[in-house]
Design a protein around this ligand. Sequence first.
Ligand code: IPE
Ligand code: IPE
Ligand code: MG
Length: 254
Amino acid sequence: MHKNDPGAIDVGSKLPRHVAIIMDGNGRWAKAQKKTRIIGHRRGVETVREIVKACRELEIEVLTLFAFSSENWRRPAKEVGLLMDLFFIALDREVKKLHRNNIKLRVIGDHSAFPERIQKRIVNAEALTADNDGLLLNVAANYGGKWDIMQAVQKLAAKAVDGEIQASAITDEMIEAELSMSGLPDPDLFIRTGGEQRISNFLIWQLAYTELYFTDTLWPVFDRSEFDKALSSFAGRQRRFGHTGDQIEKLRNA
Ligand code: IPE
Ligand code: IPE
Ligand code: MG
C-alpha cells in the first residue's frame, strides 16, 4: 500500500503501540523536598518501575525512556558520576527483574563514552534479555537525536563510497533502517514530565507524527494515574497524517 493512501495508516488505535518519555523534573522535585538531586534521580527509578509495570499490564509493545542525553555530560561532574553509579546499579538489579518479567532491554545511544564497567553491563543486560518477547524497553543513554541521524548518515555515506548504493537513490526508508530503533514502529505517544515543552534532542526523526503530551507533574511523582491521563488524552485525538478529518472518519467507520 502506498503511503499516500489513507488506508496505509493506523487511524483507529486507542492505545499507543509505542510510548516515548522524557523523564524530567527529578532535580526540582528533590530541591522542593530539600534533598540532594541524586535522591530525586533515585526516586525517578521507582517511577520507571511503576510505568514499566503499567506498560506490561496494558500490553504496550514498546516503551522508550530518555535517561541521559548527550548534553547531560555538561552537568557538574559530581552529578554525572552519581548518575553513572545509579545506572551501573540499575543495570544489574533492575535488569534481573526485567528478565523475570519477560521484558527485552535495549540501550540506545553512543555507549562508547561510558566507563568500561557500564559498557560491559549493557552488553550483558541486552544479551540476558535478548530472547524475551514481552515489552521492549529502550533506555536512551548518551542519546541524542542529532547523533542518531548523524550515525545513520555516516553508514549510508560509507555504502555510497563503496559503490553499494547510489547517493541519489537514498530513501527515507534507508535512513530509517540505520537509526537506533530501526524496525520498530515510531512512537505514537510522547510524554514529557516536568513542565518544559521541548524535545531536548530526544528522538527527532521518529517523532515526526507522534502525538505530544506535556505535563507539569515532576517525574518522581508521575504515577499510574498520571500515565492514564496521558493515555486518555491520546485516545481522544484524531491522527490525520496529512489527510482530512473526513477521510479519517470514513476509514474509521469502514
Ligand atoms: C531528569 O531530571 C533526569 C536527567 C536528566 C538525568 P532532571 O535532573 O533534569 O531534573 P530537573 O529538570 O533539574 O528538575
Ligand atoms: C532531557 O532533560 C534529558 C533527560 C530527561 C534524560 P534535561 O533536563 O536534560 O533537558 P533540558 O536541558 O532542560 O532541555
Ligand atoms: Mg531537567
